[in-house]
Design a protein. Structure first.
Length: 732
């Protein structure tokens, strides 16, 4: 192209962002009929551009201005890969590489996989990647924006000027890409997108692996190759047993920014590795679960409105620091679960919303694409590129950080098209029903992919409905999760413990009902963050009674929970019996530990975890229906419950007795399956836990007096608002 008018038009198009094919015009191109190259450089607001030898800096050609920032000239053919640009803007002279002389970043296989939505690890090509091309170090950028008119990389390396680095359009897969020489780790960047609607917006990289952190929201080029993934074995593989069948699962759920605040500030991962990890390990938990760690602009969302799914929030430190935290947890024999949010995303204009001027990640119709509860947007699960983006993200956290599991947020809202909608506000599926077939297929795909690629990872669903077979294999029509939160147990149990004991007899089945479906799925029993916010009060505040009775009720609740089938989850602060509900803007109320009764609850949680792990009857057959056997389930007049937990061996038995009234009961006879002595392994009324210290002196003898269908029975003293655990002495 040598025609002045054509060059003028090209310069104007580049200035205005109307050139969809910058690589077709800029950089070196063969000059037909001449033994030379045509070189075109777009450098707005500069005075002079020269091409100089890489070897010695001699001038190979001086480019002439064609107007609107476009410079053009010729080079010897041999200089195609042997030149640099010397640019004079009137204030300084800079010698730099020409990004428009480099070939594509995406290979043919990557292009095909991305187009088909089958790239297992899209983060390996999309986003920003430190790399070397033709011996030159820099960063390759790539972003999916198929309907955009132009996409540019802007950052602190090019004055945030979208005119300077428009990207190469890969029509085969809808991706824009460019290699920028000299851009190093730590550089801040965004994508300037001129959308299909003509709007020019600055967008956060959807696959950024690091961000600058609030109040800024730019992505940061991440040095990702210098550290192995947490949990890596010597051969580079990852080993996980996030929820091995028959193993105990006691989860401590944490919001990283409000557990403790050293000096009143939000802690970082390295501080938490040194403080939180040993604390949780000392309490005997098996798992540490983190509320979402992906970057999110609104701290008050607790991470549940992420704008950077692939970037750990910079509030808590670097990606490498998070890796060190996970490794510290593994070193302390703790497994790590991350909360993961594929169900919705915020409508922030600089994030995923209308990313290329169209509803790319979301639905166009608000009846499908708007979450009314959170005023957020819903992913278009019917689009294979979106499913690939999300499935890849699940695998990313597992492989790149070595986490042992993901807890998938708000699954119920994904499964139903009419979730939280009135008639006429939703669109039925192709069969006229309410099930969201596309979301169901996505969940199966994500679970199957993670399980196939990294066996042993646990996938947990926060699912509050009776949707069938959430933890069933996808091949058999299930969703493929390993565990599901038992929200029904949680609601019924908390409602019961809030009742005045005078009225509990009328609600007796709130405790027993969960046993009728306890083995229909593989459950986790959650007392989570959701139950201690938004005016719901603390767990302690939910209990009936005066101050001492509330503490007794809370101790009984925890002991009942640990004895009931299913994994266990306690949100941070539950072990302190904090009087106030959780405040994400402050640390937990650690001062309550100066009160022996609150310290006693902490001791109880430690002992519950210890016994739960040591007594196989409480976990070895957690998902087998005959591992729970009621002794007395119908004594509603006294609100006394008793049941057995059964392990594999004949003596692997735990007798659980709950007296859920403030009345002590002496000589209370309970049927047992074995004679001989029974040891009182746990008594929530122990003085060690802040109770009244009533009980059975640690041991009782079974007599040959039939009771409750058993050949033997024991006479117990049941303290008020208490739970007892007993095991056969000869099996201790």
């Amino acid at each position: 192209m040598s025609d002045p008018d054509a060059l003028h038009t090209l310069g104007l198009a580049l200035q205005q962002g109307r050139c969809r094919d910058p690589f077709g015009h800029l950089g070196p191109h063969a000059n037909p009929g001449a033994n030379a190259l045509s070189l075109r450089v777009f450098a707005p607001d500069v005075q002079r551009v020269e091409a100089v030898s890489r070897a010695d800096g001699t001038v190979l050609g001086t480019l002439e201005s064609a107007g609107h920032g476009l410079f053009t000239g010729t080079l010897p053919l041999a200089a195609r890969n042997d030149y640099r640009l010397r640019i004079d803007d009137g204030q300084s002279v800079v010698t730099t590489e020409d990004p428009y002389r480099f070939g594509p970043w995406l290979g043919e296989i990557d292009v095909w996989l991305l187009a088909a939505g089958r790239h297992l690890r899209p983060w390996e090509k999309l986003g920003a990647h430190l790399t070397t091309m033709e011996g030159v170090a820099g960063t390759a950028f790539a972003v999916w924006a198929p309907h955009a008119a132009r996409v540019s990389v802007v950052g602190d390396f090019n004055r945030w000027d979208g005119r300077r680095h428009p990207m190469r359009w890969r029509a085969e897969c809808g991706v824009w890409e460019i290699f920028l020489p000299g851009v190093a780790a730590g550089a801040l960047y965004k994508f300037e997108v001129i959308g299909a609607d003509g709007a020019r917006t600055l967008k956060i990289d959807p696959l950024a692996r690091a961000c600058e952190g609030p109040p800024g929201n730019a992505a940061r080029v991440c040095d990702w190759t210098s550290a192995p993934a947490a949990g890596a074995q010597p051969d580079g593989s990852l080993a996980h047993d996030g929820a091995a069948p028959g193993s105990p699962m006691a989860i401590y759920e944490v919001h990283a920014g409000s557990w403790r605040r050293p000096g009143g500030e939000i802690p970082d991962w390295d501080w938490l590795a040194g403080q939180l990890v040993p604390y949780v390990a000392d309490l005997g938990f098996t798992h540490l679960e983190l509320l979402p760690v992906s970057e999110h602009p609104f701290y008050g969302s607790w991470g549940y409105q992420p704008t950077g799914l692939y970037a750990p929030s910079a509030r808590y430190g670097s990606p490498k620091a998070l890796r060190r935290f996970v490794q510290a947890a593994h070193d302390a024999s703790l497994k790590v679960i991350l909360d993961w949010v594929p169900g919705h995303f915020p409508s922030d204009a600089d994030a995923l919303a209308r990313f290329d001027g169209t509803e790319l990640y979301e639905h166009a119709d608000p009846r499908e694409g708007l979450h009314r509860d959170w005023n957020t947007l819903i992913y278009n699960f019917g689009r294979h590129e979106v499913r690939n983006f999300l499935t890849g993200n699940a695998l990313f956290w597992v492989e790149q950080y070595g986490v042992d599991g993901l807890r998938v947020d708000a699954v119920a809202s994904m499964l139903y098209r009419d979730y939280s909608r009135q008639p006429g506000e939703w669109i039925p599926n192709r069969d006229g029903g309410r099930e969201n077939y596309e979301a169901i297929e996505f969940l199966r795909q994500a679970n199957d992919t993670v399980h196939a690629q990294v066996p042993g990872v646990v996938m947990v669903a926060e699912e509050s409905t009776a949707f069938p077979r959430v933890t069933g294999p996808s091949a058999d029509g299930g969703l493929g999760f390993d565990m599901k939160w038992n929200m029904g147990w949680m609601h019924d149990t908390l409602a019961y413990f809030a009742l005045d004991p005078l009225f509990r007899r009328w609600h007796h089945n709130r405790i027993t009902f969960a046993a009728t479906y306890a083995f229909s799925e593989r459950f986790v029993l959650p007392l989570s963050h959701d139950e201690v916010v938004h005016g719901k009060g603390s767990l302690l505040g939910k209990m009936w009674g005066d101050a001492r009775q509330k503490l007794a009720g809370l101790r009984a609740l925890y002991a009942l929970m640990y004895a009931f089938p299913g994994g266990k989850l306690l949100f941070m602060g539950a072990e302190l019996a904090t009087p106030a509900e959780w405040n994400h803007d402050a640390q937990l109320d650690w001062d309550v530990l100066h009160d022996p009764q609150h310290a006693g609850v902490q001791s109880l949680v430690r002992d519950l975890n210890g016994l739960y792990r040591r007594l196989p009857a409480l976990h070895a057959r957690d998902h087998e229906a005959d591992s729970l056997r009621w002794v007395e389930a119908d004594d509603r007049d006294h609100s006394v419950y008793s049941f057995l937990r059964l392990g594999h061996g004949a003596g692997d038995i735990v007798l659980v007795v709950c007296n859920l009234t403030p009345v002590a009961r002496s000589g209370w006879r309970i049927g047992v399956p074995r004679g001989g002595d029974w040891i009182e392994r746990l008594n929530t009324d122990s003085g060690h836990y802040g109770g009244g210290n009533a009980g059975n002196w640690g041991r009782v003898s079974a007599e040959a007096e039939p009771m409750h269908g058993q050949a033997h029975s024991v006479a117990l003293h049941l303290p008020p608002l208490s739970v007892l655990w007993l095991t056969p002495a000869d099996a201790a």
